[in-house]
Design a protein around this ligand. Sequence first.
Ligand SMILES: NC(=O)c1ccc[n+]([C@@H]2O[C@H](COP(=O)([O-])OP(=O)(O)OC[C@H]3O[C@@H](n4cnc5c(N)ncnc54)[C@H](O)[C@@H]3O)[C@@H](O)[C@H]2O)c1
Length: 315
Amino acid sequence: MKIIITGGAGFIGSHLTRKLLEENHEVYVIDCLHPYYSLERKKKQLQTIGFLRSDQFTSLDLLNREETISFFQSISPDAVIHLAALPGVAYSIEKPLEYVDYDIKATINVLEACGRSNAGQLIFASSSSVYGNQEGPLKEEMATGEVISPYAASKYSAESFCHVYRQLYGFDTKILRFFTVYGPWVRPDMAIGIFLKKLLKKQSITLFGEDRVRDFTYIDDIIDGIYLALTKLNFSEVINLGSGNPISMLSLLNELKWYFPEIDMRKEHSRAGDVVQTWADISKAEKLLGYRPKVSFRMGLSETVKWANEHEAFL
Ligand SMILES: NC(=O)c1ccc[n+]([C@@H]2O[C@H](COP(=O)([O-])OP(=O)(O)OC[C@H]3O[C@@H](n4cnc5c(N)ncnc54)[C@H](O)[C@@H]3O)[C@@H](O)[C@H]2O)c1
């Protein structure tokens, strides 16, 4: 398949690009190397992909509508996997308008470009945050738009635009809602990334909301889910990709104590925008995709700690 991946230099995008190349797809990566986190880190993530011809990476900001459309037309992709976005709940509260740009407007440009280049399908990276503050297990139909952060509002809105452009142009839209992804190259602004950096430096860590619960999902399982949606599903759907195994922040710290017995921790109240709990109902992914998360939290964390030890300079 000829596939465009947006955000291919990011955490999930670099793992996905590597997988698609291994499966012998013709892959074209777009990324503007946004400075949300370090440029060095994004360049290194690109290197981990392995061999990518120079014409397979394009530095392009998707906010540039005309360039985006003409790039897509020059490729005529069979599929587009749209991962590019400004992530992060906390920063979205500081800079909500940037999320309207990077998470909504850029998505509209990608959708228009899919339509005008006759792409067969679009996979959109959405998020568990669209469920707002509800008790799990969270089923796909439970998202109502009643969310608690600008990031979540932008993702929910971008999902609506996917429905609009499916109607306008007729390509399949596969909206995948990822639940807290971790693993080697975990994003440096996420709890596991922040904790590992501090623990390796023997600094104290701050736990915001010890009662918070997250459905931590290992990167390889997310990549499997995206690949199954790309290759096995031939209609539009909204599907959760999670582990279905919620873990409290306190349990995360207890697991980390196996590797860092002397954790110095400060507890704080949870931060605005953070939901109390995420817990994916993955029965739709199991039924439609044959998706089965394979990596236990203990095993995934062990791989992540091993990676952090070997790449401390990039944390
Ligand atoms: N990591 C998670 O736990 C998680 C959970 C739910 C949803 N998601 C979603 O999955 C996607 C990938 O997340 P990630 O963790 O890999 O984030 P990331 O920040 O590592 O990757 C996103 C990439 O998109 C690029 N980008 C941003 N705006 C762009 C633009 N206008 N033009 C071109 N490139 C642009 C960035 O430079 C970055 O490399 C995002 O849409 C995110 O919202 C991630």
